[in-house]
Design a protein around this ligand. Structure first.
Ligand SMILES: NC(=O)c1ccc[n+]([C@@H]2O[C@H](COP(=O)([O-])OP(=O)(O)OC[C@H]3O[C@@H](n4cnc5c(N)ncnc54)[C@H](OP(=O)(O)O)[C@@H]3O)[C@@H](O)[C@H]2O)c1
Length: 492
């Protein structure tokens, strides 16, 4: 069905939670499909750079009823993708009040449909506070009288999804896992792309309430998900089952291993005692969608992550307003990034010349002896070493080898990205970007490391002093070469 045939297609769609994981993905899909989107956000500034120019942003908070009225004006469908798990207060109460305010405002404004994503889990079981609250929110929305489409999902797989990130953090950090009972509890994970497809398809449903349980094709334990993630990342993990560890103990353990997710994780981990399986398969009959299985969902998450990461503009991401510089590099998700820049008084074409000649007989501009030693060590452990050299001293093509690297991207005069092929406990890239600057150009050199487990982290931090010295020396030498060769060249 094209957008034009969908009832209310011309009215704005209200999206709450656009700064969140699911909401952020849905925002892109709605914009891409040409819908008029209005986002309700507590911090509009966090969204401004992420929305299309036609998308409206209204400042509002679901805990502040007065702020909801302007957001609801003229809306046909309103998405409710909000939860307060990150809050320091009582999240159940906050979530109940937020849903009550939202539902009341939607009813008063004549909104025709609410679409909500909650959690799976059988009401007759003793549910965790988190899952109970997710079901309660759906009931509150429904009781407003506005037709409410509720989707219930288990763990959503995609990079950035809290439940997936928690699992990933445990697998990455722990070579041996003492597995409590919850590791064998069954879930039915779903890929984030499939969740977004369901949320989009809800726009085409008739104007009536419904509950749809959604999940991928596999019913698996959390342990299975961990094993598959480890397999795809090339990590060997030992999982030892113990019947005693309670979710509470696990949450303390989680806080120790992954402090970043500790607060939210504690609430989430309580839910792991409940099975989250699809028991009603109506969604498969109603929607023309075929959700993926768990291994494919993980593979896609990893590929998407690489793609999104590769598009990061380091100059923006590491600007004074962005990530602060810290010893050992800056963390972006699972990656560690060391980015440094040099300003040179030559045009970008000139600044790029020494970069495109790197490796082979030119060498690596600094610490060539150490590079050679690294190559020998690599050969000794069965790696490719430096012996491959380069095909052409002046030109590079995507896909060709360059010493112990492979050219992953090249944008003439602007960017060169090399992916490491030496033996490493993780994946590594070296990227050079050249941009025009006042009076010349900026050369940005970025080393990126995606550590595999603890060995990877140990490698990065132990060798960081040496790498830092090498990175710095290499950039300075490249800048010097650019200036030396470009003497007399006119800067545009
Ligand atoms: N991720 C999963 O694995 C998963 C699985 C199953 C179901 N779900 C469901 O999907 C929905 C969205 O989850 P998510 O993972 O995308 O969550 P998330 O990343 O934590 O995002 C939550 C969103 O809610 C917003 N929010 C919180 N309190 C608000 C308030 N008072 N007023 C306005 N906005 C408020 C947050 O905005 P701020 O930026 O202002 O904080 C944020 O945009 C939830 O209902 C969740 O239960 C998620």
């Amino acid at each position: 069905m094209t957008n034009q045939l969908i009832p209310g297609h011309a009215d704005p769609i209200l999206l709450t939670g656009a700064t969140g994981y699911i909401g952020g993905r849905l925002l892109q899909a709605l914009e891409h499909s040409g819908y008029r989107v209005r986002c309700l956000a507590r911090r509009p500034e966090a969204l401004r750079t992420r929305v299309a120019s036609a998308t409206e942003i209204v400042k509002g908070d679901c805990l502040d009823p007065a702020s909801l009225e302007p957001a609801m004006h003229g809306v046909y469908t309103a998405y409710y993708l909000v939860h307060s798990m990150g809050s320091v207060g009582r999240f159940e109460e906050e979530d109940r009040i937020a849903a009550q305010n939202f539902a009341k405002a939607a009813k008063a404004a004549g909104v025709r449909r609410i679409v909500y994503l909650g959690g799976l889990g059988e009401d007759r079981e003793e549910l965790s506070a988190h899952l109970r609250s997710r079901h309660e929110v759906a009931d509150v929305l429904r009781s407003s009288g506005v037709p409410t489409v509720e989707f219930r999902a288990s763990i959503v797989i995609g990079s950035g999804s809290l439940s997936f990130e928690m699992i990933r953090a445990l697998v990455q950090r722990l070579p041996v896992m003492i597995c409590p009972r919850w590791v064998s509890v069954k879930a039915q994970p779903i890929a984030v792309e499939d969740v977004v497809a369901y949320l989009m398809a809800a726009l085409q449903l008739p104007e009536e309430g419904a509950v749809f349980e959604i999940g991928g094709t596999d019913q698996v334990s959390y342990g299975d998900i961990m094993r598959e993630y480890a397999r795809q990342c090339g990590l060997r993990r030992w999982m030892i089952s113990v019947p005693v560890l309670t979710p509470r103990l696990s949450s303390l353990w989680l806080a120790l291993v992954t402090p970043l997710y500790a607060r939210v994780g504690r609430k989430l981990i309580d839910s792991l005692k409940n099975q989250t399986l699809v028991t009603d398969t109506a969604a498969l009959a109603v929607f023309p969608l075929k959700p993926r299985g768990m291994p494919e969902a993980i593979a896609r998450a990893l590929i998407n992550e690489d793609r999104e990461f590769a598009q990061t503009r380091w100059s923006d991401a590491l600007s004074p307003a962005g990530q602060p510089r810290s010893w050992g590099g800056v963390h972006f998700g699972t990656r560690i990034v060391d980015s440094r820049q040099a300003v040179v008084p030559v045009a970008v074409e000139q600044a790029f010349k020494p970069i495109v000649r790197i490796g082979g007989s030119t060498g690596w501009y600094f610490g060539n002896l150490l590079w050679r030693l690294r190559g020998v060590l690599d050969l000794l452990v069965g790696g490719v070493g430096l012996r491959r050299g380069r095909r052409d001293p002046k030109h590079l093509q995507v896909g060709e080898t360059l010493d112990c690297w492979r050219v992953e991207a090249i944008d003439p005069h602007r960017r060169l990205r090399l992916a490491a092929e030496m033996k490493l406990p993780g994946r590594a890239w070296l990227q050079f970007d050249v941009e025009p600057a006042q009076g010349g150009s900026v050369i940005r050199q970025t080393a990126i490391f995606d550590p595999a487990g603890l060995a990877g982290l140990g490698y990065w931090y132990l060798l960081y002093p040496v790498h830092k010295w090498m990175f710095n020396g290499m950039l300075q030498a490249i800048a010097k070469a650019a200036v030396h060769e470009g003497r007399g060249a006119v800067v545009a």
